[in-house]
Design a protein around this ligand. Structure first.
Ligand code: THU
Length: 159
């Protein structure tokens, strides 16, 4: 059996090194953590995304006493954006999170289900989404969700 080597490159920088537009989107994600409804996990996640026409949409995790009925911040933002602004590609997605002690030092990464939903948007609009994962220690800059989901299942996979 041969081995297939899959490698990815992810950027890491301080928030001040990013463009003003990126810093602004991260700030929106940080603010969106305040809209989290997370009485069960006490983990507040905020997402802010930029659409192709420049519109910004935010989302925050929304929990439920019946745990699986809640939704992550990333999917809240993406589904809201696609519902209110149909036909608009997502160009950038920023994510921030806080626990009871405040903003996370290390960035958090989207869960598997959110990665799959972000992938669908990339595939739908045929353009990559830059993902900015914010932590107070620094920011991971990811050029496409494919770097977080190296083997992808998309609509084309069923043909
Ligand atoms: N959560 C998100 O909103 N996004 C992520 O990327 C990871 C997890 C939420 C789901 C749940 O409300 C809480 O964080 C704890 O898992």
């Amino acid at each position: 059996m041969k081995t297939i080597d899959i490698s990815i490159k992810i950027g890491f920088c301080q928030v001040e090194e990013l463009s003003t537009a990126d810093q602004h989107l991260i700030q929106r994600a940080v603010e969106a953590t305040g809209n989290s409804y997370s009485p069960y996990s006490c983990f507040r996640v905020g997402a802010a995304l930029l659409l192709a026409d420049g519109t910004e949409v935010i989302g925050a995790n929304q929990e439920n006493a019946a745990f699986p009925s809640g939704l992550c911040a990333e999917r809240s933002a993406i589904f809201a954006a696609q519902s209110v602004y149909p036909g608009q590609a997502v160009t950038t997605l920023a994510i921030a999170a806080a626990n009871e002690y405040g903003l996370m030092r290390d960035p958090i990464v989207p869960c598997g289900a959110c990665r799959q939903v972000i992938l669908e948007i990339e595939d739908r609009y045929k353009q990559p989404i830059r993902i900015l994962l914010y932590g107070t220690n620094g920011v991971y800059v990811i050029n496409s969700v494919k770097d977080l989901l190296p083997l992808q299942f998309i609509g084309e996979s069923m043909k």
